[in-house]
Design a protein around this ligand. Structure first.
Ligand code: CUA
Length: 322
């Protein structure tokens, strides 16, 4: 796509340069040629020129319509993903790019792709708007929370290409960079094999941590979400008084639509992970939660509210130190 984008840009540049030179040149030429030669010189009045006005209306109209048709054609080509593509799921998050191949390989700030095959990117964001920008591919697409965007590219030359976030997204926006590694098909197959993933439960644990599930679902009772140790297969009392068994279907539903069945005693504050976790990722998460069964520590005593990290508690602590 780069050559086609560049051709359009070069044409726009050429048109701009042509008219800039034409107008600046005309100003200079007219200033000299039609300068006032005597202090009492009176110019001949001009009452307009239909031919001239038609010319400077119709010629630019033809030029901009031509630019529109060219751009629209290019835009459609850039959006229409060719068949036989390889799909990559891209999630922007402050401040990293998380990429997942449908074959299970997961990458952060790095994307390995084979040369010569259309790569379809499905982008979304976990927090704020990011923008996936690979200048070498003339590829730039916003990653917007709660919405999917699709773009594609087909790399033509093996190598490493810069990947940027092109939407200011906070403190470490400038560090939200990475690279796209384009490989020969054979080398890519080797990479795919080498990137063999661990057990589903181990992958699920990684997913659990990379999605920051552990900030709320913590083992120490300080979390804002229910504990997950020993949860799998047990009955769960819901906020609406019903009781369900925490099986795979329930856990999947709780990840994708957390508000559907809220555990009694907890607020429905969990964000939906719909689209942010692939079906495979969901299965890995379920496997991980299932694996917590054996490792479940003895029931921790509930921590009194006053001992939690409330602003007041922090203040008291600071005062005690002083
Ligand atoms: Cu993400 Cu800037």
């Amino acid at each position: 796509m780069a050559g086609r984008v560049d051709a359009l840009y070069f044409f726009l540049l050429l048109i701009s340069v042509f008219f800039s030179v034409l107008i600046a040149g005309a100003i200079v030429v007219f200033a000299i040629r039609f300068r006032r030669r005597a202090p009492d010189e009176m110019p001949r009045p001009i009452h307009g020129s239909l031919a001239l006005e038609l010319a400077w209306s119709i010629i630019p109209l033809i030029i901009v319509i031509f630019i529109f048709l060219w751009s629209a054609d290019l835009f459609v080509a850039a959006r229409r993903v060719p068949a036989g593509n390889m799909e990559i799921q891209v999630v922007g998050k402050r401040w990293m790019w998380k990429l997942q191949h449908l074959t299970g390989q997961r990458e952060i700030n790095e994307l390995h792709v084979p040369v010569g095959i259309p790569v379809k990117l499905t982008l979304t964001s976990e927090d704020v708007i990011h923008s996936f920008f690979v200048p070498a591919f003339r590829l730039k697409q916003d990653a917007v929370p709660g919405r999917y965007a699709t773009v594609w590219f087909q790399a033509t030359t093996p190598g490493r290409y810069h990947l940027f976030c092109a939407e200011y997204c906070g403190t470490k926006h400038s560090g939200m960079i990475g690279q796209v590694v384009v490989m020969e098909p054979a080398a890519f197959q080797t990479w795919l094999a080498g990137g063999a993933t661990g057990s589903p439960a181990a992958e699920g644990q990684k997913l659990f941590e990379s999605l920051a599930c552990n900030t709320c679902h913590r083992a120490d009772s300080l979390g804002r979400g229910p504990r997950l140790e020993g949860l799998f297969g047990r009955p769960v009392k819901l906020a609406n008084g019903e009781t369900v068994v925490a099986d795979a279907d329930y856990i999947r539903e709780s990840i994708v639509t957390p508000a559907a069945k809220v555990t009694a005693g907890y607020q429905p504050i969990m964000p939906t992970f719909q689209g942010l976790v692939s079906e495979e990722g969901l299965m890995q998460l379920i496997a991980y939660i299932q694996s917590l069964q054996a490792a479940a520590p003895p029931e921790a005593a509930p921590v009194p509210v006053t001992a939690r990290e409330t602003p007041a508690a922090n203040l008291r602590q600071a005062e005690t130190k002083r």
